[in-house]
Design a protein around this ligand. Sequence first.
Ligand SMILES: NC(=O)c1ccc[n+]([C@@H]2O[C@H](COP(=O)([O-])OP(=O)(O)OC[C@H]3O[C@@H](n4cnc5c(N)ncnc54)[C@H](OP(=O)(O)O)[C@@H]3O)[C@@H](O)[C@H]2O)c1
Length: 303
Amino acid sequence: MEILIIGGTRYFGKRLVTRLLAAGHHVTVLNRGSSPAPEGTTPLTADRDDESALRKALAGRRFDVVIDQVCYTPRQADVARRVFAGRTRRYVMTSTVEVYEYEDSATPVTEAAVDPSTVPVDLGLPWDDADFLDAHYGEGKRQAEAVFAAGTEFAWTSVRVAHVLGGADDFTGRVGHYARRIAAGEPIDVPAANRAATYVYVEEIAAFLAWAAEAEFTGPVNAHSHGPLTTADICAAIEELTGGRTVFRSTEVGTVSPFSFSRAYAMDNSRAESLGYRFSHTSQWLRKAIAETVRATTTNEEA
Ligand SMILES: NC(=O)c1ccc[n+]([C@@H]2O[C@H](COP(=O)([O-])OP(=O)(O)OC[C@H]3O[C@@H](n4cnc5c(N)ncnc54)[C@H](OP(=O)(O)O)[C@@H]3O)[C@@H](O)[C@H]2O)c1
């Protein structure tokens, strides 16, 4: 198939490219050119926020599937909805578990908890302001999904990705946050009621997106490994690898550590499994994932 990836130059985007190439697809990678497109792909350079530059870069090109790794706002979705009309058959938007940030559920959350066709869209919010966007990550993704749900000329799905763990190239610094504190015996701030969350291994989410690209289903789909994890599970894996001691400090107000959650919005992956995908269990990869990231963090800090 002819597949376009918007993004595709770091973390699981890179692994997705590798998988699609190995499956025999012709892969085009579009980004702003900060780093070279992966070997074996056709590079296109444009800022996806600039509609005319995007149209120019895509001139004459048609795709079976577009995988949009960097759609964070309804404005970006709106540009994509127009530009890719008549240019692709299928569109896969990489979304996030954070669309469920306001859920607090005793049972795992299904896709029905956030129906994008009911989410109001406000294109006038300051989506181009980096601080606003940072503070409204979940809202931006919800509204981006809602733009596609309101009507497109192509079939679309949004993959609601759990928190991703693993890889020497995890650039988010979240596991490093814990590793440094555990090594120094410094307190780790967590909410008084700290809920388990859902996670996925970096290679597994790349595999899932590649599978979603080849599939035909539409609408939102949750993507995560079985076996929710608590902050304590992640810290225990770090302790086992590095020694050190986890000290939790319960915090009522203010910022808590990145993988701690006062609301329970762990996802339910039964839609994806009923469509034919089989997820792993976190116990199969947690130690490996932590080791990959912690070893790289330590090496980088020593260098
Ligand atoms: N990490 C997690 O735990 C997690 C969890 C849930 C969901 N997600 C989702 O995962 C996605 C990111 O995946 P990834 O980190 O593997 O990324 P990726 O596919 O490699 O995409 C990142 C690349 O996109 C390019 N890009 C950024 N803005 C652009 C723009 N305006 N126009 C064109 N290209 C642009 C950048 O390259 P240039 O600088 O060269 O443009 C950047 O290196 C996001 O949608 C995020 O919400 C992540």
